[in-house]
Design a protein around this ligand. Sequence first.
Ligand code: 9D3
Length: 243
Amino acid sequence: MMRIDILTLFPEFFEFPLQIGPMAKARELGVLKVYLHDLRKFADSPKEVDDYPFGGGAGMVLKPEPIKRALDAVRTPESHVILLSAQGDTLNHRLVKELAQRPHLILICGRYKGVDERVLHWVDQEISIGDYVLSGGEPAALVLIDAVARWLPGALGDQDSALTDSFETGILDAPLYTRPRVFEGLEVPEVLLSGDHEKIRRWRRKEALRKTWKKRPDLLKTARLSPEDYKLLKEIEQEESGR
Ligand code: 9D3
């Protein structure tokens, strides 16, 4: 069971997304418990969550007291305290899997210009979701929870497994098609209608490798490839150079 406590000025930001998909499934199964905490409730008054920066300048800074009080209320010796911050380690597949092993995450969402630097004394890790500017930590926290929930037992249902996710297999997914067989003159590849499961498996593997070779050649350096994969890649390189 994983517990996640979210410290935020906008708890309502999370309500709808947490009711959909693997996050909802994990919560229904009881393998994920999410608790929302409004930082305003930990302030001396609802207006005292932020203040002007010492030294001057535009914008507001989140005060340390509400965050410390909220942490004191929710943290245990098992907690891993994360500040969502544009200055943190960039979230990736490996970090998501590490976080999914932890029993308790506390996610602190910053807003405005940022949080008082002293908050970092109580933070185990700062995490960013990429090099672009968000208006606050909330969307980043949601991204993190979504990615982590996929690794909790049962969250994906019977068919799907995080182990078949693209970043786990190391290459991109094969192209997908559904009905109709012909749409605006564009046909579904014949092999997918053939019923020949071995032929379909080989085609999918080859097209997944082709996509990776074209779009993310960097992934081919670290992917675990079979002798068959190398043969398929050779065919792909020949086909693509002859175009
Ligand atoms: C651009 C200079 N600053 C804005 C006045 C710094 C800044 C402060 C606060 C930049 C972003 C934010 C709010 N962003 C987050 O809290 C955040 C974030 C992000 O912006 N990008 C990627 N990941 C994350 S995680 C939290």
